[in-house]
Design a protein around this ligand. Structure first.
Ligand code: NI
Length: 303
């Protein structure tokens, strides 16, 4: 996704986490694995507080980083599936976590030593009305023609993830096929989420309930979805995406379902960039400060 590629943050690389040979084999064969524990209870509790603050303030909304994944994101309507892309931009304390260090170690064991952090996102399914995440392959979201690589995502719930609140569900071995046809959810190009429009057997779906601080790891071609949140607690998930070695591929020109998209978040992002992005904000801040100082000085000079 275009919105995601600007965060360069410090990564702690001191994890000694080792996948077993069986876990590595299952990832290759099935396209996903589950892990019981990837972060401590204390860290998960801390992340939960940070997430609640970020979503309560819709951090990154003006920049298009906070949006409704499953809705049209109209002003004044509560999002049914709020997402924040690269939440670490808005909460720098997310940079230094055991989760991040362990996830990088896992990515290197599955994608090779060249694996690098690619982007991250925070997803909230509000209690009672949090929308389902449609069936999709993450690879269908890519918008970077001319190159080839593999990607995986490490998905960690910040409370229990259950069938009732929208745990992840996968179609085993679906990563061995092609990228199937996708379209914007409900065929509405104002909606960010994609849904798979191709043919696959939904009865093969395997739900993956998890304890808080557990994780699923899935290949970007593995078909997956998550149900609605019908429980009375928020379902929060923190997802780190990594990519492997990048090679040129002039034959890949991008997917039409992404090129056609026209979301409110893209509009907010474009407006933010027109205002000068980070540099513009700093300049406006400096200008504001200067005029406040001038006002103060002129008031002091007044007889
Ligand atoms: Ni996905």
């Amino acid at each position: 996704m275009e919105l995601l590629r600007e965060t360069r943050i410090f990564w702690r690389v001191n994890s000694s986490f080792k996948l077993t040979a069986d876990q590595i084999r299952r990832f290759r064969d099935e396209g996903y694995i589950t892990l019981d524990r990837i972060s401590s209870d204390e860290e998960v509790a801390r992340l939960r507080e940070i997430f609640d603050r970020l979503f309560a303030t819709a951090a990154g909304h003006d920049k298009g980083s906070h949006f409704d994944l499953a809705g049209t994101d109209e002003e004044g309507r509560p999002p049914v599936l709020p997402q924040i892309v690269n939440p670490v931009e808005f909460a720098p304390e997310l940079a230094d976590t055991e989760f991040r260090a362990t996830a990088l170690e896992i990515a290197r064991q599955l994608l090779g030593p060249e694996a690098e952090p690619w982007f991250e996102h925070a997803i909230l399914k509000p209690p009672g009305y949090g929308a389902p995440t449609p069936w999709h392959q993450d690879e269908a979201h890519r918008g970077d023609p001319g190159v080839e690589y593999e990607q995986l995502s490490i998905w960690m719930p910040l409370q229990e993830a259950t069938l009732e609140n929208g745990c992840m569900e996968f179609i085993p071995k679906s990563h061995r096929g092609q990228v199937l046809d996708h379209r914007s959810l409900r065929d509405d190009r104002r909606v960010m989420a994609l849904e798979c429009a191709g043919d696959f057997d939904r009865t093969k779906s395997v739900p993956c309930p998890l304890p808080p601080g557990g994780a699923t790891v899935h290949h970007w071609r593995t078909l997956h979805h998550a149900g609605a949140n019908t429980s009375n607690i928020p379902r929060r998930a923190y997802i780190l995406a990594f990519r492997g070695k990048v090679t040129p591929d002039p034959t890949f020109e991008g997917y039409h379902w992404n090129i056609e998209k026209s979301t409110a978040a893209h509009g907010r992002r474009a407006a933010w960039e027109n205002r000068g992005g980070v540099a513009g904000r700093a300049a406006r801040g400096a200008k504001g400060l200067l005029s406040r100082v001038r006002g103060k000085v002129s008031r002091m000079l007044r007889p």
